[in-house]
Design a protein around this ligand. Structure first.
Ligand SMILES: NC(=O)c1ccc[n+]([C@@H]2O[C@H](COP(=O)([O-])OP(=O)(O)OC[C@H]3O[C@@H](n4cnc5c(N)ncnc54)[C@H](O)[C@@H]3O)[C@@H](O)[C@H]2O)c1
Length: 382
C-alpha cells in the first residue's frame, strides 16, 4: 500500500457533500485501501454551516472560499459536490493546480463546458473521476460482470427509466430549476445516470437519437425566501429513443413528477441468450433470466447480491443477506479511486472526464432532438 495519504478538499456540504464525506470516512474502515485517504479541508457557500459540517465530520480545515481550497498545496484531490454550474470552474482551477479531481454528475451544464473539462483533463497528469455511483451498487457491478462474460449474447433492447416524484409545485425555485445553474432538469439530473449505466453495462455507444420529448409541467415556482414566484426553466420530465452502435434499441425515460416512484432507477437489458433487470429501490437484487434454461424450469432468478466470496464489493461489507444501502456505492467508489491513484485496476471501470463527456454528448444530442423535432446522429454532436 502506498503510504502517502491522499488529502481531499471537499466542496459542498449538503446532500452529496454528506454522501462523499461519509464515503471518504468509511472507506478505510471497511476496505484495505490501496492508498489511505482523508478529507482534510471543506468549503461551501455558508461559512457557519461549513464550520458545523467540518466539526461533525472531523474535517480539520473549514475554508471560506473554494478558490483557496482548489490551489491549497496541502490538498491532493479536489472533490466537487456543488451545483452543476460550479463543476467546471472548480475542476479547471483544480486541474491547473495539478490536483486530482472527483466531480459530481452531470459533468457540466452543457457540452461546450464539458469539452473544456475533458480537454483540461487530457492535458493534465492528474486523474479525474465522476461520481456515477450507481455503477458500484453490487447488483449493477454483477450485471456488468455477466455482460462482460457474454451471458446475454448480442444485446437487443436497453430499457432505462429514472422516475422520481419530489418535483411538485410546492418545491421552490432552487438552482435545480434554473437553466444557467443546472443545464437541464430531469434530463441532466437523472438521464445522465441512465445513459452512463447503459453505456457502461452494454460496453456499447449510442449511435443515433430517433426522437425526444421534454416537458415543463410546473411552469412557475416560488422564489426561496420571498413572496414572488418565477419561471421554471428546465424540463420536469424527458424521454428519448436511441439506437446503439452495435444495433440494440434503447429507450430512456426520466421524471421528477411520477407519483409512486421515489428513486426509481431501473434498467432492463434483453439479449439473445437472456435478460437482466435492476431496480434501485430493491438494490441488493439483480434479476437474471437465462434463455438457455430448460423451458420447464425457466424463469426470472432473483439473485440476492450479498455473497461475500462471489459478489463484487460485498466482501468488504456484511455476511450474506445483511444488505447494503445507498451510501455503500459511494464508499465502493472511494476504494476504487484509491486503487487507480495507486496504479491498480478498479473492481469495475470508473468514469473519468473523457467518459463523462461521452455521456454529456448523448444528453446534448437528445436536447437537440427534442428542440428541433428531428433525428440526431451522434457523429454530428462533438
Ligand atoms: N450521484 C448522485 O446520485 C447525485 C445525487 C444528487 C445530486 N448529485 C449531484 O451533486 C451535485 C450537488 O447536488 P446536491 O444535491 O448536494 O446539492 P445541494 O444544493 O444539496 O448542495 C450544494 C452544495 O454546494 C454548495 N455551494 C453552492 N454554491 C456554492 C458556491 N458558490 N461556493 C461554494 N459552495 C457552494 C452549497 O453550500 C451546498 O453545500 C450536483 O451536481 C448534483 O447533480 C448527484
Amino acid at each position: 500500500m502506498s503510504k502517502t495519504i491522499c488529502r481531499v478538499g471537499l466542496v459542498g456540504t449538503e446532500f452529496m457533500g454528506k454522501a462523499h464525506a461519509n464515503a471518504f470516512g468509511q472507506a478505510g474502515r471497511f476496505f484495505n485501501l490501496a492508498r489511505p485517504v482523508r478529507i482534510t479541508a471543506v468549503a461551501a457557500r455558508d461559512e457557519t454551516k461549513t464550520r458545523e459540517f467540518a466539526k461533525r465530520w472531523s474535517i480539520d480545515r473549514p475554508m471560506a472560499r473554494w478558490e483557496d481550497l482548489v490551489v491549497d498545496p496541502d490538498i491532493d484531490l479536489v472533490d466537487i459536490a456543488t451545483p452543476n454550474f460550479l463543476h467546471a470552474p472548480l475542476a479547471l482551477a483544480a486541474l491547473k493546480a495539478g490536483k486530482h479531481v472527483a466531480c459530481e454528475k452531470p459533468l457540466a451544464v452543457d457540452l461546450e463546458t464539458a469539452r473544456s473539462m475533458r480537454d483540461a483533463a487530457k492535458k493534465s497528469k492528474a486523474k479525474t473521476f465522476v461520481w456515477f455511483n450507481y455503477r458500484r451498487c453490487p447488483a449493477v457491478a454483477l450485471a456488468h460482470q455477466l455482460l462482460r462474460n457474454h451471458r446475454l449474447g448480442e444485446i437487443r433492447h436497453i430499457r432505462a427509466q429514472y422516475l422520481q416524484s419530489w418535483g411538485g409545485p410546492k418545491i421552490p425555485l432552487t438552482w435545480r430549476f434554473k437553466k444557467r445553474l443546472a443545464g437541464s432538469g430531469a434530463h441532466g439530473d437523472l438521464n445522465a445516470h441512465m445513459i452512463d449505466m447503459a453505456r457502461f453495462l452494454s460496453g456499447d455507444e449510442i449511435k443515433e437519437i430517433h426522437g425526444a420529448v421534454g416537458r415543463t409541467f410546473v411552469k412557475k415556482r416560488s422564489v426561496p425566501g420571498g413572496q414572488k414566484s418565477a419561471r421554471s426553466e428546465v424540463d420536469d420530465s424527458f424521454s428519448f429513443l436511441a439506437t446503439m452502435a452495435q444495433g440494440a434499441t434503447a429507450s430512456f425515460e426520466s421524471s421528477r413528477l411520477a407519483p409512486g416512484h421515489l428513486n426509481g432507477n431501473r434498467m432492463e437489458i434483453n439479449g439473445e441468450h437472456g435478460s437482466i433487470r435492476f431496480s434501485f429501490e430493491d438494490m441488493n437484487v439483480l434479476e437474471f433470466f437465462d434463455a438457455k434454461d430448460k423451458k420447464k424450469e425457466a424463469g426470472w432468478r432473483r439473485i440476492m447480491v450479498t455473497d461475500q466470496a462471489e459478489h463484487p464489493y460485498v466482501g468488504a461489507w456484511w455476511p450474506e443477506g445483511h444488505v447494503v444501502g445507498y451510501e455503500h456505492a459511494f464508499t465502493n467508489q472511494v476504494s476504487d479511486m484509491m486503487r487507480v491513484l495507486a496504479s491498480k485496476k478498479p473492481v469495475i471501470p470508473l468514469a473519468d472526464f473523457h467518459d463523462a463527456y461521452q455521456t454529456q454528448r448523448v444528453l446534448e444530442a437528445a436536447l437537440i432532438s427534442a428542440r428541433d423535432g428531428c433525428r440526431v446522429k451522434m457523429t454530428t454532436v462533438k
